[in-house]
Design a binder for this molecule. Structure first.
Ligand code: NI
Length: 395
């Protein structure tokens, strides 16, 4: 199949043929955001938008996920395309006419866009079915935002038999329409910890009769700053953030307990596995020195999102052929954010690709996050082109 010819004007062809449908779906999903695995209505909207297409559809994957398979007219590789469907517990402040109608829930990470772009790609690729080599698996995943829906989908076999896999993420801070990725790690491993500090409570006026959990906690927060600055190789990226601290009931009571909560981000697996020991050692050392104690609860969560070098190169080449060189960026560094597409990339060579929504766009996970819907046809075109490139014998 002549891939080059098919890429000509693909974005405008998709915009013309499916633009209205993609945008309507995006707004429909945006109005009614759902959290975690609870994406039943979103999945129903996706199914309606896929109606009439020559797809084999499996529902109820990872609770409310969908896997839709397109078999091309000829033999060839199996390519996976994955979009996430879940929203965030944030109250929207965009003022958009199709803003969230659910108090406290919002599509503030663009997953409404990702889902709609994938539906657009499904329409475009189904339209080319007869000339298509191999199969395409369209994967609509719940629970990216903390639930590990990607892990559950992989456990349920969704990655099996795939030769490559790709996913897009809308990305504020990058020029509008820019396609960016890199070989190797693109997002960090994200782990979480809670530390309970135990002291002895007492009267605020008699500190010598207690072991002050507040003061111990304050010292532990400070000493934890030395984990990255004094224990990690300075050229190795790592982040340790204490984002929660809690203790006490009144201004004049020394509390018995304090609680810290934090996150650790790393790119190196050995470093990652060594972190709980350092955090526990420092926390307990400080607490015991102050007549208290500390217990650590550490939870390993999303692994590093690691792109296959060949797949990342293919994504950049495809974007250059589809758009132009100015629209393509090979990222110098990963983000220390995290993404559960990582679980798919542990099984299948592939690439996670960022799609710029503008340098001035509000950040992901903010109540103001919004994007120009022109990006949707562009994303659909990119997903379509990634399949055509993968399916083309000429590469
Ligand atoms: Ni996201």
């Amino acid at each position: 199949m002549d891939t080059t010819g098919r890429l000509d004007n693909l974005q405008s062809k998709i915009e013309e043929s499916y633009g209205g449908k993609i945008s309507a779906l995006r707004r429909d999903i945006h109005r009614e955001p759902e959290l975690g695995f609870d994406t039943k209505k979103t999945a129903e909207k996706v199914l309606v938008a896929l109606e009439g297409l020559p797809l084999e559809i499996e529902v109820g994957v990872a609770e409310n996920g969908i896997v839709a398979t397109l078999r091309g007219g000829n033999d060839g590789p199996a390519v996976g395309l994955r979009a996430d469907m879940d929203a965030l517990p944030i109250t929207e402040e965009t003022g958009l006419p199709f803003a969230s109608e659910v108090e406290g829930k919002m599509h503030a990470c663009g997953h409404d866009g990702h889902t709609s772009m994938l539906v657009g790609a499904a329409h475009a690729l189904c339209g080319m079915r007869d000339e298509l080599n191999g199969t395409v698996r369209f994967i609509f995943q719940p629970a990216e935002e903390g639930g590990g829906g990607g892990r559950v989908m992989v456990e349920e076999g969704v990655a099996e038999g795939l030769d490559s896999i790709f996913a897009l993420h809308l990305w504020p801070g990058l020029p509008f329409g820019t396609v960016a990725t890199k070989a190797g790690p693109i997002m960090a491993a994200a782990d979480a910890f809670e530390m309970e500090i135990e002291g002895t409570g007492g009267h605020g006026a008699m500190p010598h009769l207690s072991a002050d959990a507040v003061v111990i906690a304050a010292h532990v927060v400070t000493v934890l700053q030395t984990v990255v600055s004094r224990e990690v190789d300075p050229v190795e990226p790592a982040v340790l953030t204490v984002g929660e601290i809690g203790a006490g009931t009144a201004f004049n009571i020394i509390p018995e307990k304090a609680r810290l909560g934090g996150t650790v981000r790393t790119l190196n697996e050995d470093l990652r596995r060594g972190m709980p020991g350092r955090i526990e050692g420092l926390g307990q050392g400080v607490a015991r020195g102050m007549r208290g104690d500390a217990t650590l609860d550490y939870r390993f969560s999303y692994p590093v999102t690691r792109n296959d070098a060949g797949a990342a190169a293919r994504a950049l080449e495809t974007a250059t052929a589809l758009f132009d060189e100015e629209s393509v960026l090979e990222l110098p560094n990963p983000s220390m954010g995290a993404e559960d597409f990582a679980y798919f990339l542990e099984r299948v060579p592939g690439a996670f690709v960022w799609l710029g929504v503008g340098e001035d766009a509000s950040g992901l996970h903010t109540p103001q996050f919004a994007f120009d819907e022109k990006i949707l046809a562009r994303g659909s075109a990119l997903l379509t082109a990634l399949v055509l490139k993968a399916n083309s014998p000429a590469g």
